[in-house]
Design a protein around this ligand. Structure first.
Ligand SMILES: [Fe+2]
Length: 249
């Protein structure tokens, strides 16, 4: 479907292999447990939009944050089962699994110690950090994740203003063994021009490991459709061994 969409609109573009983004690994589609889909109808509507864009699998990632969203693997998996049951009643052809987007706080460190975290594919662990302050324990926690056998994936690095425009800051994170996942819609300017610019720079410097929708609501779905037509997404799909495809099975 993606393929046809692009072929129609850009006849001069070379054929692009969309296989690498058939899996979306970052979204908030389990109703009522975070700031994503509010109810089952919204959840199904969002999943339908993602399927229509040609994705074959969603690994949805509810927020886990001690101060706001105290989601546990049980709550998430229970929500997932309800979504699956509802999805089975529709004609939507897409697989859905669940992991989580962990906020880097003390409770996360406790979960790491206990091993009670939900991972993506082969032990990838999606986490986010404060949008306001640089967390001083950042590199220690990355080390801790690695020492426990997880592969840390920092969600939307382009969205943390304090990381700044210096590409070295992102290189340092990646050199520490932390993968980077940009939000596809950052490339449309949805979060502002500075965020778009950093996302583009990360692509130019070959620092992007994954792209994700970070879908919360229908506006994001519209933006995702637009994002998939940007030059930078095409660049990612042509020049990159994006790791999204590692999550396909
Ligand atoms: Fe998210």
């Amino acid at each position: 479907m993606l393929f046809n969409l692009f072929k129609k609109e850009k006849k001069d573009e070379p054929d692009i292999d969309y296989f690498s983004i058939k899996v979306d690994l970052h979204s908030h589609l389990i109703p009522g447990i975070d700031d994503g889909a509010k109810d089952m109808d919204e959840s199904i509507a969002l999943i339908r939009k993602i399927a229509e864009l040609g994705y074959k699998k969603i690994i949805t990632t509810p927020h886990v944050m001690a101060d706001f969203y105290r989601n546990t693997p049980e709550i998430i998996n229970e929500g997932l089962e309800k979504v699956r049951a509802e999805l089975a009643k529709t004609d939507i052809d897409i697989q859905i699994e669940a992991a989580a987007e962990y906020y880097l706080d003390e409770a996360f460190e406790v979960k790491l110690e206990k091993g009670t975290v939900l991972t993506l594919g082969q032990n990838f662990l999606l986490f986010e950090i404060s949008f306001i302050n640089y967390p001083p324990m950042f590199f220690d926690v990355v080390e801790k994740m690695k020492s426990k056998g997880y592969k840390p994936v920092l969600a939307h690095p382009e969205r943390y203003p304090y990381l700044g425009v210096a590409i070295e800051n992102y290189e340092r994170i990646r050199e520490a063994g932390c993968y980077l996942q940009i939000n596809t819609i950052s490339l449309t300017g949805y979060y502002g021009k500075p965020v778009q610019k950093i996302a583009e720079e990360l692509i130019d410097h070959h620092l992007v490991d994954f792209i994700g929708s970070d879908m919360h609501h229908l506006k994001h779905a519209e933006m995702l459709k637009m994002a998939l037509n940007t030059h930078y997404v095409k660049k990612l799909l042509m020049d990159y061994p994006l790791k999204n495809q590692l999550l396909i099975s």
